[in-house]
Design a binder for this molecule. Structure first.
Ligand SMILES: [Zn+2]
Ligand SMILES: [Zn+2]
Length: 206
């Protein structure tokens, strides 16, 4: 029993992500707002998503809106916040979608207690396991059924449209011999290094 935003390919998003979870459900609802306010990414209309978190929900956003990490129109800035800003290039319209803590912060204390024991590797009864499973399914359904305004604050914002993904030259790391984008290469004592090698070298210096 899942689909609520019936016009969206939720089954496809589930397959893409690999399991059903509250995070994916959040992403489905974010995509719903983005598609309504900005429209999908297409060949003639580039839409860029700036994701301030990288949880399960990002997979639903990629699958449903066409903003993907590989194309470079999904930009992750690691703020650890469930805030997603979508902008379309043709007219610069941008919306910022942020998860309302009043909704997302609500949790079932019994579920939390059992889940805590499970994570700690303590034994749990079959009954407790079923409870957690059902609580999770209820949560997913609540997320899919809730009115969008209860889930998110959505507002139009003015932002600088991010640069298009560019093809950049590669340089060869002086340490490991692997190619690295020139924009990411680090210079150290007159040589160019990839980020992991640079970190090892400069760590050794300390
Ligand atoms: Zn997930
Ligand atoms: Zn290297």
């Amino acid at each position: 029993m899942i689909p609520t935003p019936t016009h969206l390919d939720i089954e496809g998003a589930l397959r893409f992500h690999g399991h059903s979870c509250p995070g994916l459900s959040m992403g489905i609802r974010i995509a719903e707002v983005a598609l309504r306010e900005i429209g999908p990414h297409s060949v003639d209309e580039e839409v860029v998503c700036i994701a301030e978190a990288d949880h399960c929900g990002v997979d639903a956003i990629q699958y449903l809106t066409g903003c993907t990490a590989g194309k470079g129109n999904l930009i992750h800035v690691d703020h650890g916040k469930s805030v997603f800003t979508f902008v379309r290039r043709s007219d610069g319209k941008a919306v910022r979608i942020s998860a309302r803590p009043e909704f997302w912060g609500r949790s079932d204390p019994k579920d939390g207690e059992i889940s805590g024991r499970m994570r700690a590797g303590q034994p749990v009864s079959d009954e407790d396991r079923d409870y957690v499973q059902q609580s999770r399914e209820r949560r997913i359904q609540t997320i899919l059924d809730a009115p969008l305004q209860e889930l998110f604050e959505v507002r139009e914002v003015e932002i600088d449209v991010p640069d298009r993904a560019r093809i950049v030259n590669s340089v060869v790391c002086a340490e490991c011999g692997e190619a690295t984008m020139s924009t990411r290469a680090r210079s150290f004592r007159g040589q160019l290094y990839c980020v992991p090698c640079f970190e090892v070298l400069t760590q050794a210096e300390l």
